[in-house]
Design a binder for this molecule. Structure first.
Ligand code: GDP
Length: 366
């Protein structure tokens, strides 16, 4: 499954700096992901998972393949983008294709970096972008309503969709994004969202790009962002993009040492990857054979045959059963054979819902 996350924000807030760090991370891993092509504004990055390392050592294989997430750098969003300012509409189109959004907000104070305001102004920055996104959604929805008003005459089933469209238009007209809209579970909303892929209905995380000191103690800009995020019920995290860029060439040991000395608990890229995974409601399960161990990404709630289809469509079509152990059990007993001999290897059928951390061996027949 190719899940992708767009990085958006005003110019000069640190998007490219973050994106470059992600690209470097991909380059460092390229040997493990020969199937990933390199494109200028896309980067496919492995999701760190210490369980995979552990499994590889238990089953004694050298090749570890992490689950991946694709990031897309969406440059060029400026005030007026929805009216075609900058490269407006073209870039808004890139956002339509992603599954979730990282909204980078400037929280570092640096007189050498030109910005629309002399001092960082997180809320104002966010609202400029949100207004553009809301306007773009508004325009799309307006066109859809025009069409619907003709269609609804011949098809009364479309009335709820039409009503929903009008409600949404009101929200957007006020410059508000749809992520806070309370009727999101309504089938009419989902139908419209599936068709129009609203920019402002995508899951979003605010990323406060802070100075190095900001990672250790909170500045007033960060506090402003944190309170705003909590008020709007949006996930939020802070990173220092410049530091991410600086440590990219370090070995993992050097990196840990550096973070420890600086009093920083977790690397920003790891925070982004984990949070993105969580936000998209994703889980990982593991497969292994004599050559490799591999983590697979699926949405929470998928059945065993659906999850098998991630590996190969044949696995899904010919699914017979899945031998399953939890990662914890596997780690405790050390091998598949040991688990089997004590009856801890479960045999699950078509209805089984895969759990995060399951280690699975599929049996199939074509
Ligand atoms: P973009 O336009 O959002 O892609 O922004 P860039 O990533 O190109 O960053 C704009 C400028 O801000 C560059 O000169 C970066 O080096 C600088 N910058 C990015 N992050 C930080 C940071 O955390 N602190 C400081 N002082 N400068 C940063």
């Amino acid at each position: 499954m190719s899940l992708s996350i767009g990085i958006i924000g005003l110019p000069n807030v640190g998007k490219s700096t973050i994106f470059n760090a992600l690209v470097q991370e991909q380059a460092a891993q390229v040997a493990n992901y020969p199937f990933c092509t390199i494109e200028p504004n896309k980067s496919i990055v492995p999701v760190p998972d210490s369980r995979l390392e552990k499994l590889a050592s238990l089953v004694n294989v050298g090749r570890k393949i992490h689950a991946t997430i694709q990031f897309v750098d969406v440059a060029g969003l400026v005030k007026g983008a929805s009216q075609g300012e900058g490269l407006g509409n073209q870039f808004l189109g890139h956002i339509r294709d992603v599954d979730a959004v990282l909204h980078v907000v400037r929280c570092f104070d640096d007189p050498n970096v030109v910005h629309i305001n002399a001092l960082p102004s997180p809320i104002e920055d966010i609202e400029i972008i949100n207004t553009e996104l809301a306007l773009a959604d508004y325009q799309q929805l307006e066109a859809r309503i025009e069409k619907l008003s003709r269609q609804v005459k011949g098809d009364k089933n479309l009335i709820p969709v039409m009503e929903m469209a009008r409600r949404l238009l009101e929200v957007l007209a006020a410059g508000n994004p749809l992520w806070g809209f309370e009727g999101r579970t309504d089938p009419a909303f989902q139908e419209l969202n599936q068709e129009l892929r609203f920019l402002t209905a995508k899951p979003v995380i605010f990323i406060g790009n802070v100075d190095e000191e900001g990672l250790v103690s909170e500045s007033s800009f960060e506090a402003e962002l944190r309170e705003y995020a909590s008020d709007k019920q949006v996930e939020y995290l802070t990173i220092c993009a410049r530091l991410e860029e600086d440590i990219i060439d370090f070995s993992p040991e050097e990196r840990n040492e550096y973070l420890e000395i600086s009093g920083i608990k977790q690397r920003g890229l790891d925070k982004i990857l984990r949070k993105s995974y969580q936000m998209l409601g994703l889980i990982s399960y593991f497969s292994f054979n004599e050559d490799e161990v591999r983590a697979w990404t699926i949405p929470d709630g998928w059945s065993a045959p659906q999850a098998a289809g991630q590996i190969h469509t044949d696995f899904e079509r010919g699914f017979i059963k899945a031998d399953v152990a939890t990662f914890e059990n596997f780690e405790e007993h050390g091998s598949w054979t040991a688990l089997k001999s004590i009856g801890q290897l479960r045999s699950e059928g078509r209805e089984y819902v895969v759990q995060d951390g399951d280690v699975i061996y599929y049996r199939f027949n074509l």
